[in-house]
Design a protein around this ligand. Structure first.
Ligand SMILES: NC(=O)C1=CN([C@@H]2O[C@H](COP(=O)(O)OP(=O)(O)OC[C@H]3O[C@@H](n4cnc5c(N)ncnc54)[C@H](O)[C@@H]3O)[C@@H](O)[C@H]2O)C=CC1
Ligand SMILES: O=C(O)C(=O)COP(=O)(O)O
Length: 529
């Protein structure tokens, strides 16, 4: 990946001091401003290339659209649900998180809530502070021998399981992605939710909040649970339906709840928090010195690596970029972008495009179709209105403009013969270009069926024109260039001589107007790469 230039970053929440220090040591100017209002953030964000947040800053589409210089949104933590990732992607902004930095802390708080529910520690403490000595009221139950249902067997679900097993709990769980053998290797027996609900004494959820997990525990699922089941949500508000939980607590179907997260934070509606069988925390899962130090350090180092172009870690919306870090990839990306730009220039009168197919040949390009497709689209769509295309948003923009992008690797030709063929459909006609990287230089080998005698290096100001070979062609073109005050720096002729063929000329600067040239050739287009 080409290094991303980041000069100024806004940290809008309480992030460990090491984050600022690392960024500053790497010549990035950092401003820390907490508790900004929505309007203040919208007003300020244009002054920054990067934004670092935790869970409280709502990075909405409005904020993102106002961030005309934003290139990175860094989440010092796991959940990115407070960031409009689709809007960021559309604007070509990388969203990055630090998914493992706070795993242990969130797991430990979950365990603390399970234990609080079993022995009423917070309620007993409150009663002591009120001057009482009430030993009967807080009769608890052992965790030993009880069943813990874990919904979501990812990083935190796993850590909760292994910790609670040491209390003698039987751990069962459900996750649509984690393989059953994997969770079995850390002691969790997987089953369907239908089988899980009636077996559990305790249920804890550890999924992201998304349509399929919203209201996972609702009136219907509570009804399938054992009477008195205790539930914990240390993941995201809304996975356990709050109204259903309150109803279940009131009916006794739910015997207690440990909550760290809420649909609205802080919650204005306090019925759950005030319920005597609820133990609640103000979103403290990641609030430990250790987790904050890890997340602050991780996000800063990940941003610095991205700025230097050495690695892309933690990007949630730009997976295609992760494979673009070697110097060889850089040249292939430049080739893809340049081929897209050449085809855009040579078909400019015929747009819009309906389809682009990028085919690669050669062992070296086996894994490159993903980023090459994006690179070609960047070249094809550059110069249009709206946000500039880049490797983050290329495919999203293509989809929006109705451009179907297909990529295929044909393999077989061996290391030395790697090449890229791009075919675009424009209003029912197809345009084709073939290129490669030779001695670290992106070159065009063929345009619209015309192979060049020598590969054309794709850099600088290039003029393409279509004409039939003739003794007058070169003098006429030179004359047209001279009359525009432009020097010819190189001349690439087609290998075939019959009929109209494409030529490419390296020029000292772009011609102000192609009129004089178009008088002597069939078609002409110019670009700067
Ligand atoms: N309270 C806090 O301060 C913290 C909360 N979190 C939250 O905890 C949650 C879990 O985090 P991690 O374990 O790091 O995430 P993860 O991505 O490692 O695990 C999530 C798991 O949920 C599973 N899943 C997805 N859809 C599911 C469904 N419909 N049913 C069951 N499982 C499903 C996934 O397959 C995945 O294995 C996230 O929502 C995260 O934002 C994370 C850190 C701190
Ligand atoms: O990392 C997460 O998903 C969390 O919920 C932690 O949020 P926080 O960084 O404490 O605002």
């Amino acid at each position: 990946m080409a290094p991303v230039s980041i000069k100024r970053i806004l940290i809008s929440e309480s992030v460990d001091a090491c984050c600022k220090k690392i960024l500053q040591e790497n010549d990035i100017e950092v401003t820390e401003r907490q508790n900004m209002t929505k309007d203040e953030l919208i007003d300020e964000i244009k002054n920054y290339d990067g934004l670092v947040v935790r869970s409280a800053t709502k990075v909405t589409a409005e904020v993102i659209n106002a961030g005309c210089n934003l290139k990175i949104i860094g989440r010092a933590g796991t959940g990115v649900d407070n960031v409009d990732v689709d809007a960021a992607t559309k604007n070509g902004i990388i969203v990055m998180n630090t998914p493992s930095g706070n795993t242990i802390s969130a797991a430990e708080l979950t365990c603390a809530l399970i234990m609080s529910l079993s022995r009423h520690v917070p309620q007993a403490d409150m009663s002591m502070k009120a001057g009482k000595w009430d030993r009967k009221k807080f009769m608890g139950g052992e965790l030993y021998g009880k069943v813990l249902g874990i919904v979501g067997l990812g990083r935190i679900g796993k850590e909760v399981a292994t910790r609670m097993q040491s209390f003698g709990m039987r751990t069962i769980g459900y996750d649509p992605i984690t393989p059953v053998e994997v969770s079995a290797s850390w002691g969790v027996e997987q089953m369907s939710l239908e089988q899980l609900w009636p077996q559990c004494d305790y249920i804890t959820v550890h999924t992201p909040l998304m349509p399929s997990t919203t209201g996972l525990l609702n009136d219907e699922s509570f009804a399938k649970c054992k009477k008195g089941v205790k539930v914990v949500n240390c993941a995201r508000g809304g996975i356990i339906d709050e109204a259903a939980l309150l109803r279940a607590l009131e009916s006794g179907q739910c015997g207690g709840a440990g909550l760290d997260v809420y649909v609205e934070e802080p919650p204005k509606e306090r019925a759950l928090v005030n319920h005597p069988n609820v133990v609640s925390c103000p979103h403290l899962g990641a609030s430990t010195k250790e987790a904050q130090a890890r997340c602050g350090q991780d996000i800063a180092l990940q941003i610095v690596d991205m700025v230097k172009g050495t690695a892309l870690v933690g990007a949630v919306n730009a997976q295609v970029l992760a494979s673009t870090f070697s110097p060889e990839c850089q040249q292939w990306i430049r080739l893809g972008e340049a081929m897209g730009a050449v085809l855009r220039a040579c078909t400019s009168s015929k747009q819009p495009y309906s389809q682009v197919q990028v085919s690669t040949t050669g062992d070296g390009l086996k894994k490159s179709t993903g980023f090459l497709g994006s690179a070609v689209v960047v070249g094809l769509l550059s110069g249009g209105s709206g946000s500039g295309p880049n490797l983050v948003n290329a495919l999203t923009l293509a989809k929006e403009t109705g451009l179907e992008v297909t990529m295929k690797h044909e393999g077989g030709a061996g290391e030395g013969a790697a090449c890229v063929v791009v075919e675009v459909s424009v209003n029912g006609t197809r345009s084709r270009a073939q290129g490669s990287v030779l001695a670290q230089v992106p070159v065009l080998e063929e345009l619209e069926g015309s192979a060049f005698r020598q590969p054309v290096p794709l850099s600088g100001h290039l003029l393409f024109f279509k004409a039939a070979a003739s003794a007058q062609l070169l003098p006429s073109v030179t004359g047209a260039l001279a009359s525009a005050g432009v020097e010819m720096e190189s001349f690439s002729a087609p290998a075939a001589r019959g009929g109209d063929q494409w030529y490419c000329v390296g020029i000292s600067s772009l011609m102000g107007d192609l009129g004089s040239l178009k008088a002597v050739v069939k078609e002409a287009a110019q670009i700067t790469i």
